[in-house]
Design a protein around this ligand. Structure first.
Ligand SMILES: C[S@@+](CC[C@H](N)C(=O)[O-])C[C@H]1O[C@@H](n2cnc3c(N)ncnc32)[C@H](O)[C@@H]1O
Length: 288
């Protein structure tokens, strides 16, 4: 995690964390940024109340960050209306002072339309703001790499439990972890990995979700549990440019310590709004 720190710029005063998760990385960012700007604010954001509560608490505790300088927001960042509100709210809160947005942990890859998601976030950025985006990367798109990506996720028991947990907690479906499938493919210069449950039995199953009608799952029916990607640098360039952003700093790291040589790694980009970009965006005209 320390590798993020050279890109955590002290040109920015405040930290807005887009998807806090465990909060461990935020803790490190806060420590670095607060040294340069002791009066900074920390705005952790997550759709999950649980992640927001536990993650931001961890970050604040690990960085010895004052609680009264932190303000959590539980919102869904994939909704344009929420991003519009967020921008207005932050404008009122910090005025012209620069904000560092952190979008780390390959979060962008979890969205069905990753390009559209990044576009939406890009519109929140003002010229003085920066966004630190972390992408999982691949050096090639061979079938071997696709199979290796499937294996990487499949063999982590904790991850398989995690993807099953939403269905387990919110429905009465008994999920057998052996029925979870990992399907990799090559799409848009990246490896797209979909993780899904499948009714592999010969009979329809009835699934109950509190507050709605029972759902019948016919044999072979699937439930998508998770989407992620490993990007080539070319695709990352496309995503960044497509969102009207430019890379100001970049850092690449290859996965070492693997049994076999791996094409996978991480790519960190510090991005800013590209004032010369002509992005035609259907929403948020008010900000142009
Ligand atoms: C892959 S984790 C990354 C967590 C953290 N940034 C890290 O690097 O460890 C993605 C985080 O984003 C949150 N998240 C996912 N979709 C979201 C959405 N639509 N709006 C807000 N938060 C979301 C998840 O709850 C989770 O905490």
């Amino acid at each position: 995690m320390a590798q993020h720190l050279p890109l955590v710029t002290d040109e920015c005063v405040h930290l807005v964390s887009l998807g806090v998760g465990t909060g461990a990385k935020d803790g490190m960012f806060l420590e670095t940024m607060r040294r340069a700007n002791p009066s900074m604010l920390y705005i952790p954001i997550d759709m999950s109340a649980e992640m927001l509560r536990t993650g931001s608490r961890t970050a604040v505790r690990e960085a010895h960050f004052p609680l009264d300088r932190s303000l959590g927001l539980q919102i869904d960042l994939s909704l344009d209306g929420n991003l519009e509100e967020l921008k207005l709210f932050l404008d009122r809160l910090v005025g012209d002072e620069a904000i560092l947005y952190s979008l780390v942990g390959n979060t962008v890859a979890n969205f069905d339309d990753d390009g559209e998601f990044l576009n939406g976030l890009a519109q929140v950025l003002r010229p003085q703001d920066r966004m630190l985006v972390e992408f999982a990367s691949t050096e090639n798109l061979s079938q071997e790499a696709v199979r290796a990506a499937e294996a990487e996720y499949r063999q982590t028991r904790g991850f398989v439990e995690f993807v099953a947990s939403a269905v387990r907690y919110n429905t009465d479906l008994k999920i057998d972890l052996d029925q979870i499938r990992f399907a990799g493919s090559v799409e848009n210069e990246s490896i797209l990995l979909k993780v899904y449950w499948q009714n592999v039995g010969g009979e329809a199953l009835r699934m109950l979700i509190p507050g709605s009608r029972p759902i019948h799952l016919e044999p072979q029916d699937t439930i998508r549990l998770y989407t992620t990607r490993k990007y080539t640098s070319e695709r990352i360039d496309q995503l960044v440019a497509g969102a009207g952003l430019r890379t100001t700093h970049m850092q690449r790291e290859r996965f070492r310590h693997t049994q076999r040589p791996s094409p996978f790694g991480l790519e960190l980009r510090l991005v800013a709004r590209d004032e010369n970009a002509r992005v035609t965006l259907p929403t948020f005209d008010v900000w142009k």
